[in-house]
Ligand binder design. Structure first.
Ligand code: ATP
Ligand code: MG
Length: 631
């Protein structure tokens, strides 16, 4: 294969041969019979007839070749814990955890809900589930009782694995009372609860239901639990979307397709070689944590760093000190985290030896040019913006530098990844847009590639109704994102379809306006929403977190900055995009995964109810906006 263009074309035009080749990157107990079964669209079954196991591919497979090589590197700047597990040690831990779960009656197909901080036991629990064919449902440890309860209700787990507490910025956050409350709120009750006791917070135990992790795994010191050979199309896990646009969706994923997709992405996109070290700063509660803290790197035979702590504690150099210490070769993070670092001295980026680092991948939300430039200059390393969703499990748009070195363009997450037949369609007519620079909705032509969600957990109809939309002649998967493609085929994501503003007939992506506003030197962060306007239909309204708020105490200076920001937008985009108002806040409302809750801001700005707020990080951020809007 010489060029990426050829590689990509083959993945679409000669799909089965292409993916049959990729399937060889993992171990199968029984080889697949059918590569892609799309006989009942939109439900695609990958590698049917094949049997495999995610845990086997992530752990056991490496025992012959690299038993003593680091597999899991656990670092907590919250508790000071730091420990490296070799593949052999990881194998032992996972088998003990698997034996403990089996002891609690967990069998293939049973759900195990994992509500845990970033500790090694969380990884053991996930891999143990995968090993015995239990379906894990990891719920982000930052959620409180109500959000957790709705996920318990939906996943109906036989067992919940949790811990006494997490810790954030040195402050202990007890989990057990939240968990007990969530179980009380849920109509479904787990049979057993398995608690890791970190000695951080006292726990009240429910007799007969609660069990101690150390005691139970201790009973199975030399446990040997074989991998359950699963059908490729069996369910590996469920995970919820971030809830940025509404009620979170329970994404269900398979076994074989996911394993192949991750193995291929490690090779072609993330340039991960066995023996190297991967560091994803995400949390296991998100899809990035599943794919690129746990399964992807381990399947590739790499060591993976699991980090509990803030990016700025003890100081803003902590991540880079880990890169130096563990010779990290690939990193994965999110723009929101880089923006946090950006508020600190850039000298931290230069303090450590980063020569091992090949690239930093960023995903999760639009990467604005000033942020990309700042981190790229600071690290002197390529920054790979990549675009995907919980639903896809791995990048939809990125650069497959492992196939052919590609030029990156600021503001663009790159090209369609192999296996994804990406199109742009007109929002209302569904007609395909092919000319460079035309704006449309980013859709995927079925069949969806390996690793992609199978369905919405327990609700096939919701999967079809939510995601599959009729366009002339067929149905396509809608990403609900709005984008354009340039003449070289690079995509630019302009925001979500419901974030498009229509000002006097002009369609503007909120992202374009945010991008423009963030080029003002005193703007640290910005959210733009469309607000109903009797004259123009909609107008843009901006909420800005100033970099330096010291000089903004009086109305005159705020008006001056507001005027300056409007001027920037006028010059860059034209007066039509100029926000009607620029408000200053010290915090923007975000989801627990760091995404702007634009729909909530918009609702409040229009005087409506803010809607589902179960995933909000800090409700006071929305209160500030309510206060600003109060007449
Ligand atoms: P929900 O679907 O519940 O509303 P969500 O869409 O935020 O929440 P995720 O699956 O975590 O849930 O996020 C995927 C979305 O994040 C994408 O659809 C897109 O809007 C945005 N996104 C991810 N990566 C990028 C990127 N590199 N550039 C621009 N947007 C991105
Ligand atoms: Mg989404």
């Amino acid at each position: 294969m010489s060029t990426y263009a050829e590689f990509y074309r083959r993945s679409i035009d000669d799909r089965d041969a292409f993916w049959a080749e990729q399937a060889r990157l993992i171990d199968w107990k029984q080889a697949p019979r059918t590569i892609c079964d799309n006989s009942k669209p939109p439900f695609t079954r990958w590698f049917a007839g094949g049997t495999t196991n995610l845990c086997h591919n992530a752990v056991d497979r490496h025992l012959q070749t690299r038993p003593d090589q680091p597999a899991l590197i656990y670092v907590s700047t919250e508790t000071g814990a730091e420990r490296t597990y070799s593949f052999r040690e990881l194998h032992g831990e996972v088998q003990r955890a698997a034996a403990a779960l089996q002891g609690l009656g967990v069998k293939k197909g049973d759900r195990v809900l994992i509500y845990m901080p970033m500790i090694a036991e969380a990884a053991f629990a996930m891999l143990a589930c995968a090993r015995i064919g239990a379906i894990h449902s990891v719920v982000f440890g930052g959620f409180a009782s109500v959000s957790l309860a709705s996920r318990i209700e939906d996943a109906t787990p036989k067992v919940i694995v949790s811990a006494d507490a997490g810790s954030r910025g040195g402050k202990v956050v007890p989990y057990k009372p939240l968990l007990d409350e969530a179980i009380r709120l849920s109509s479904h009750k787990p049979q057993s609860v398995l608690m890791v006791d970190r000695g951080l917070a006292p726990m009240e135990s429910v007799t007969g239901r609660d069990h101690d992790w150390a005691a139970l795994t201790g009973k199975h010191k030399d446990a040997q639990v074989d991998c359950e050979w699963l059908d490729s199309t069996d369910i590996s896990y469920t995970i919820y979307t971030s809830g940025t646009t509404g009620r979170p969706k329970g994404v269900q994923r398979d076994v074989g397709g996911y394993a192949v997709a991750l193995a291929a992405s490690m090779k072609h996109i993330f340039l991960g070689e066995p023996g190297e070290t991967y560091f994803s700063t995400s949390d296991i509660g998100w899809v990035v944590g599943h794919s690129y803290i746990i399964y992807g790197p381990l399947i590739a035979g790499m060591a993976t760093i699991m980090y509990e702590g803030l990016p700025i504690r003890p100081d803003a150099g902590i991540w880079w000190s880990l890169v130096e210490k563990y010779k990290v070769t690939s990193m994965f993070s999110a723009p929101t985290a880089v923006r946090v670092l950006k508020k600190h001295d850039p000298a931290f980026l230069k303090k450590y030896d980063l020569s091992s680092l090949k690239a930093l991948s960023l995903a999760g939300e639009p990467l604005d040019e000033p942020t990309a430039q700042w981190i790229s200059d600071g690290l002197g390393r390529p920054i790979i913006d990549n675009y995907w969703q919980t639903e896809s499990g791995w990048p939809i748009l990125a650069l497959a530098n492992g196939v052919e070195k590609q030029r990156s363009k600021f503001g663009s997450p790159g090209l369609p990844m192999y296996g994804y037949d990406i199109r742009l369609v007109h929002e209302s007519t569904g007609a395909e847009l092919t000319a460079p620079g035309e704006k449309g909705v980013v859709v995927i032509e079925g069949p969806t590639p390996p690793g992609f969600m199978q369905t919405v957990w327990g609700d096939d109809q919701r999967y079809v109704d939510t995601y599959w939309h009729t366009v002339p002649g067929r149905t396509v998967y809608s990403t609900f994102d709005w984008g354009i493609r340039d003449k070289d085929g690079y995509f630019f994501i302009l925001g979500r379809t419901d974030d498009v503003i229509n000002v006097a007939g002009h369609r503007l992506g909120t992202r374009e306006i945010e991008e423009s506003i963030s080029s003002h030197p005193n703007v640290a962060e910005v959210a733009v929403v469309g607000v109903a306007d009797s004259l123009k239909g909609q107008v843009a309204m901006a909420f800005v977190v100033p970099r330096d708020a010291a000089g903004l105490t009086d109305t005159a200076s705020r008006l001056k900055l507001e005027g300056d920001i409007m001027k920037v937008v006028d010059e860059q985009l034209g007066a039509v995009a100029r926000p009607s108002r620029v408000h200053f806040v010290n915090l923007l409302p975000k989801t627990r995964s760091g995404k702007l809750l634009r729909r909530a801001i918009q609702a409040v700005a229009e005087g409506r109810d803010a809607g589902d707020l179960t995933t909000i990080e800090d409700p006071s951020a929305l209160q500030q906006i309510r206060d600003l809007m109060a007449p």
